[in-house]
Design a protein. Structure first.
Length: 190
């Protein structure tokens, strides 16, 4: 299916993978795809989102307010703010450990376990796969030959597509509204 993706849509998937890796996620989730859309600021989807007040900073704040992604295979990571409230500066601890033991020392410990930096392929979770499947359906529905960032956005606005859909809906970004916005004259692909 990825051969049908435009270059900007492929870039969004790569950005989502990078975000998942940076957050030490075991899977690429719909919220990573949403952050990827927001990071690809030169695309139609990012323009549509930004016009509605949805930016990377807003999404990250909403994700933080919603709490950590449920991951039954791992305990919750320590909350930086909670540690700070008892006088522990997590960044300072990391800096001191890396000064003493070298860069990335914490990622290579047994305590880091699978929370450490992941390299290589990170699979999509079920909801993110659904987003991409629905992006294809939206492209077909619109009569488009390729899958652009706007189709990925439309795909994540369906139900059962993970955390991204309710975050967007709470900000007034709905499937119907985005379809209408794309039908407006001058709505370019991206």
């Amino acid at each position: 299916m990825f051969e049908r993706f435009t270059e900007p849509a492929r870039r969004v998937v790569v950005l989502a993978q990078q975000d998942a890796r940076e957050r030490a996620a075991d899977r690429i989730r719909s919220e990573h795809l949403l952050l990827g859309l927001c990071r690809a600021t030169d695309t139609r989807a990012a323009t549509l989102l930004a016009a509605r007040g949805v930016t990377r900073a807003v999404v990250e704040a909403d994700l933080g307010a919603a709490g950590p992604t449920e991951r039954p295979d791992q305990p919750d990571l320590p909350d930086k703010a909670a540690l700070a409230s008892v006088g522990i500066d997590l960044d300072e601890v990391r800096e001191r450990v890396e000064d003493a033991f070298g860069p990335g020392a914490l990622e290579s410990t047994r305590a880091a376990g699978s929370r450490g930096r992941r390299w290589g392929h990170i699979p999509f979770d079920r909801a993110a796969k659904k987003v991409l499947e629905l992006a294809l359906r939206e492209a077909i529905r619109r009569g488009d030959r390729s899958i652009g960032t706007e189709h990925v956005l439309l795909g994540m606005l369906h139900s059962e597509t993970g955390r991204a859909m309710p975050l967007l809906a709470a900000r007034g970004v709905t499937l119907e509204r985005m379809r209408a916005a794309l039908d407006e004259p001058g709505a370019a692909s991206g």
